[in-house]
Design a protein around this ligand. Structure first.
Ligand code: C5P
Length: 233
């Protein structure tokens, strides 16, 4: 059920898009520039997927996976990618949460209605003054349909796989570009075609295609959209 939009609720900027499109960079920059909170909704799906794996629960057992959500005490620390720490029940899960394998597991549990329902209120609880920048797949369509600004970031699967490959290479990780491209396509397919909350721009979202853009050009465009919407950093 969509909650009624209240003029008293803190404002939300929703940034949705496929994996590897640069939502993390954009939402971190926005949260910093505006001094707003940030929700990394993908991390919640990743954490729940890992918790299920640790408990020996298969991704197809959706009710059992969903039942784990209330027992997870989650804390996000740090503001940049480099100093990020994800603590779950007091334990540091950062590296595992960020792995490619966990991203794949998360996208499998994310197609289950019970799992999405279990995480819905938890995501809405991040909406606190002075405002929230929300990063995900369904921020503008399902979780915050009354967001003040909805941005949908796009980029071709090839461009996203290449960016990821560069990141991994710089970190000394030997990854195959073709494998990454196949993973990106498989995850896209699952996220865009699922029956519930499929990855798609909200009707009132502004689509920014970054395939041919450098990171600073993307941020300049987002800054322009903020000014157009009267949201001042
Ligand atoms: O964004 P990230 O790559 O961390 O998300 C991992 C997976 O979690 C996605 O592939 C997607 O299937 C799922 N997800 C989702 N809805 C969100 C955020 C993530 O279904 N709002």
């Amino acid at each position: 059920m969509t909650p009624p939009a209240s003029p008293l609720s803190p404002p939300v900027i929703a940034v949705d898009g496929p994996s590897g499109v640069g939502k993390g960079m954009v939402t971190r920059w926005l949260a910093h520039a505006l001094g707003w909170h940030r929700l990394d909704s993908g991390a919640l799906y990743r954490i729940l997927a890992l918790a299920a794996q640790r408990a020996g629960i298969g991704h197809e057992q959706q009710e059992a996976v969903a039942a784990l959500a209330p027992g997870l005490e989650i804390r996000f620390a740090g503001t940049t990618e480099a100093d990020e720490a994800i603590l779950v029940n007091g334990e540091d899960w950062t590296a595992q949460v960020r792995s490619e394998a966990t991203g794949g597991l998360a996208s499998r549990i994310a197609s289950a209605p019970a799992v999405r329902a279990a995480l819905l209120q938890r995501q809405r609880d991040f909406r606190q003054a002075p405002g929230l920048v929300a990063d995900g797949r369904d921020m503008g369509t399902v979780v915050f349909p009354d967001a003040r600004l909805k941005i949908f970031l796009e980029a071709s699967a090839e461009a996203r796989a290449e960016r990821r490959w560069r990141q991994l290479s710089q970190a000394g990780v030997d990854a195959k570009l073709l494998d990454l491209c196949a993973e990106v396509r498989a995850r896209d397919e699952r996220d865009r075609k699922r029956a519930i909350a499929p990855l798609a721009p909200a009707a009132d979202a502004i689509v920014v295609d970054s395939t041919q853009m450098k990171p600073d050009e993307v941020l300049a465009e987002i800054g322009r959209l903020l000014r157009v919407c009267g949201i001042a950093p």
